[in-house]
Design a protein around this ligand. Structure first.
Ligand code: IPM
Ligand code: MG
Length: 360
């Protein structure tokens, strides 16, 4: 019997509701695949601010380090939106990424056949879409210095952030991009803004230099504005995308919407070593928190990613992914993916039908 220590970070908003579903799923599949999870829970984001004054208490980071994998739900809410930056929930999330060295963020956007009609795009555009966005997560303009709001000589305020990448930072994420493409369709598109930004020119040069080491991968480059357009124009041209932190933030949301609902998409954040963080791409949805309306499926699919990428339980991961397809096949939908003729359910009922499917 394998034993895993999993740190749970339910966070804010709908976080606790969807995390409860993830835990139930892990218990069920663990029993079937002969592994057991020891769960330890810690506060992050708004709940951590309320409890300790900090969005990422050092004990939380310590607990995460001391585990096999971290399962995060979501952070943030109106209540904490006006706090100074160092006390905002988002700062806790950024601190977690930096603290665990999670430089590679994998965000799959795969359209499920059952949800084609939930997309705002036409069927022929989205049918068959299967994209993996590899986003750099601990560098670029999110972390570059100088940063801050400074006063100029005239007394006017000036806000500054710095987009910066070193060669080694580009290389390590580019390698994740190439290796991911190798395991998928063999196509890698690197996205930058090399026509304007020096940092992007360096990015493009490094990615190009690494390409000969991956002769089985076909590399292309796009400027980020064009990439955004191509994603909604003809998304099937993409297999794997590798890009910097800010561009990846934006493009992964756009890619997510191709699939109908951001409520369906998981993600994995990985470092060179140590535990990864697995979390849905969507946020904490404070507007529907506590109303049993949340879609738990992105959280459940994040469990599948955790089993696949961190715990080496690919068969259990497959089972969960198939289970999610099955409940959709049976017509169950939460509000965010509801379409005509389907059965609308809340978070709890979605969990019940899923657990029933998984228990056979
Ligand atoms: C994401 C989010 C975060 C980001 C925020 C909440 C800090 O938008 O994970 O995409 O910008 O990275
Ligand atoms: Mg984002």
């Amino acid at each position: 019997m394998m034993n895993y220590r999993i740190t749970l970070l339910p966070g804010d908003g709908i976080g606790p509701e969807i995390m409860a579903v993830a835990v139930d799923v892990l218990k069920v599949v663990g029993g079937q695949f002969n592994f057991q999870c020891e769960f330890q829970e810690a506060p992050i984001g708004g709940v951590a601010i309320d409890a300790t004054g900090e969005p990422l208490p050092s004990q939380t980071l310590q607990m995460c380090r001391n585990s096999d994998a971290v399962l995060l739900a979501a952070i943030g809410g109106y209540k904490w939106d006006n706090l100074p930056r160092h006390q905002r929930p988002e700062t806790g999330l950024l601190g977690l990424r930096a603290g665990l060295g999670l430089f590679a963020n994998l965000r799959p956007a795969k359209i499920l056949p059952q949800l084609i009609d939930a997309s705002t795009l036409k069927r022929e555009i989205v049918e068959g879409v299967d994209i993996m966005v590899v986003r750099e997560l601990t560098g670029g303009v999110y972390f570059g210095t100088p940063k801050g709001v400074f006063e100029t000589e005239t007394g006017e305020k000036r806000g500054v952030n710095t987009m910066a990448y070193t060669e080694s930072e580009v290389d390590r994420i580019a390698r994740v991009g190439f290796e991911t493409a190798q395991k998928r369709g063999g196509n890698l598109c690197s996205v930058d803004k090399a026509n304007v930004l020096e940092v992007s020119q360096l990015w493009r040069d490094r990615v190009t230099q690494l390409a000969p080491e991956y002769p089985d991968v076909e590399l292309s480059h796009l400027y980020v504005d064009n990439a955004a357009m191509q994603l909604v124009r003809w998304p099937k041209q993409f297999d794997t995308i590798v890009t910097g932190n800010l561009f990846g933030d934006i493009l992964s949301d756009a890619a997510a919407m191709l699939t109908g609902s951001i409520g369906m998409l998981p993600s994995a954040s990985l470092g060179a070593s140590g535990p990864g963080v697995f979390e849905p791409v969507h946020g904490s949805a404070p507007d529907i928190a506590g109303q049993d309306k949340a879609n738990p499926l992105a959280q459940v699919l994040s469990v599948a990613m955790m089993l696949r990428y961190a715990l080496e339980q690919p068969v259990a991961a497959d089972k969960i992914e198939k289970g999610v397809l099955e409940v959709l096949e049976q017509g169950y939908r939460t509000g965010d993916i509801m379409s005509e003729g389907m059965k609308q359910v809340g978070c709890k009922e979605m969990a019940e039908v899923l657990l029933k499917v998984l228990s056979v």
